[in-house]
Design a protein around this ligand. Structure first.
Ligand code: PRP
Ligand code: MN
Ligand code: MG
Length: 177
């Protein structure tokens, strides 16, 4: 029995996940033809999705990593978003695509968009694997969306519960959460 099976059930399996990532990559490839694209991987959660998505985009591109945290390991947002690691270069004049694993209350993304907009990029768009509209506390524009999910606590494929389960290759459901 795998380590997670007692606590986690499968919500979106690996095959469905990877098929959707490929579709999103193809769409981004069409939309950014001729543009110098910079992907912003929002650590830690979007690491797995961003790496897979980047490989599904058939364009020359740059990847930057931006660390933010608001959940601090728990199941509820603290509402206070902090930058834990900043990008390595100026973002002015770049075509930025922010990549997230999930938009839940939207507080993290709205913080990110405000923060990045202040750096004067050429364009600023959002790609998220998951959206959980039931818990939205602020509206954020989403340009590329993988799946809309119900108000359930999901883990895996980058998403954690107390920093665990990020390494599951599928989106799982925490049993009893
Ligand atoms: C999670 C997730 C998103 C954010 C979404 O990150 O990865 O970044 O919360 O929630 P929100 O829409 O309610 O703001 P977390 O703060 O847990 O940090 P992590 O990515 O390091 O797990
Ligand atoms: Mn995150
Ligand atoms: Mg987290």
């Amino acid at each position: 029995m795998a380590f997670y099976e007692q606590d986690v059930g499968i919500h979106i399996d690996e095959q469905k996940l990877q098929a959707r990532v490929r579709e999103m990559g193809a769409q981004i490839t069409r939309d950014y033809q001729g543009k110098d694209l910079t992907l912003i991987c929002v650590l830690k959660g979007s690491a797995y999705f961003a790496m897979d998505l980047s490989r599904a985009i058939d364009l020359p591109l740059t990847i930057e990593f931006l660390g933010v945290s608001s959940y601090q390991g728990g199941t509820e947002t603290t509402g206070e978003v902090r930058i834990t690691t900043d990008v390595s270069k100026p973002m002015a004049g770049k075509h930025l695509l922010v990549i997230e694993d999930i938009i839940d209350t939207g507080l993290t993304m709205s913080f990110l968009l405000e923060n990045l907009r202040a750096r004067h990029p050429a364009s600023l768009k959002v790609a998220t694997l998951l959206e959980k509209p039931a818990r939205a506390r602020t509206q954020v524009p989403i340009d590329y969306k993988g799946f809309v999910i119900d108000d359930v606590f999901v883990v895996g494929y980058g998403l954690d519960y107390a920093e665990r389960y990020r390494n599951l290759p599928f989106i799982g459901l925490m049993k009893g959460k």
